[in-house]
Ligand binder design. Structure first.
Ligand code: ZN
Length: 245
């Protein structure tokens, strides 16, 4: 099984990794959408409400700060590192992720080889002009003065750079993910149950254009039946001692 995985990776000319929450749970980040996930006990904040209400924005910044305090020491795990290593040695490889934790970047995958479908929680952006803001000064002003951020450039609302419930998928990222997928010959999903659409459409698209599909997840997924190789294991176990020359 692991030999087959390695052979397919080595033969691939256009490899795509597609990752979800499962890869980061082994770094101690909970699966927000899973059965015991964050969203089962905390009511999601919808994008529309964030835009409309200052109270909701305050609540959102408070929650974001709490989460940040809790997870600031989180590091990439063996799965992140193995993927970074494989991508370094595989020309034309690309990573599409549903995660917002920045751990793939931290493990050494260059920005231009990563497409983040749900954004990134480690910085903020103006919703109007998309200028980037760092979180530390925002949290400082919030805890000391209860101030929530507006854009210095255009006065727009500043929000963490994640895609919230009810917020449209980012057009540019969706376009890049699609363009990369139609070129791939091997598509490997890691740690995602493949139920969140439209993101879960990418492995299906890969199959449609004739690429091989490998699914690595610790439990069955909706697309196991169409995959060329299915590995139901802990991700760390799959990638421990895994190396390509
Ligand atoms: Zn702005």
């Amino acid at each position: 099984m692991f030999k087959e995985l390695k052979d397919l990776i080595v033969k691939s000319k256009h490899l795509i990794f597609f990752t979800g929450a499962g890869i980061s749970t082994e770094s101690g980040i909970p699966d927000f959408r899973g059965p015991s996930g964050f969203w089962k006990t905390n009511k999601p904040i919808y994008f529309h409400d964030f835009i409309e209400s200052e109270e909701v924005r305050k609540k959102s910044w408070e929650r974001s700060k709490d989460t940040k305090d809790k997870f600031q020491k989180v590091e990439p795990n063996i799965g992140h590192k193995a993927i970074a290593n494989i991508m370094k040695k595989t020309p034309n490889s690309h990573l599409i992720t549903q995660n917002v934790d920045n751990l793939h970047q931290k493990s050494g995958v260059p920005d231009n080889q990563i497409t983040e479908l749900h954004g990134n929680s480690t910085y903020a952006k103006c919703l109007e002009c998309e200028v980037r803001y760092e979180l530390a000064p925002i949290y400082k002003a919030f805890s000391e003065k209860g101030k929530i951020p507006f854009c210095d450039e255009c006065g727009g609302i500043v929000k963490t750079a994640t895609i919230s419930f009810g917020q449209p998928m980012p057009e540019e990222e969706m376009r890049i993910a699609q363009a990369k997928t139609v070129l791939c010959d091997l598509f490997i999903t890691v740690g995602t149950s493949l139920v969140v659409f439209p993101a879960a459409g990418f492995p299906q698209l890969a199959k449609e254009i004739g690429a091989k599909l490998i699914i690595i997840n610790n439990e069955p997924t909706d697309l196991d039946a169409i995959a060329d190789l299915v590995i139901h294991e802990q991700i760390g176990k799959v990638f421990s001692n895994f190396s390509i020359d």
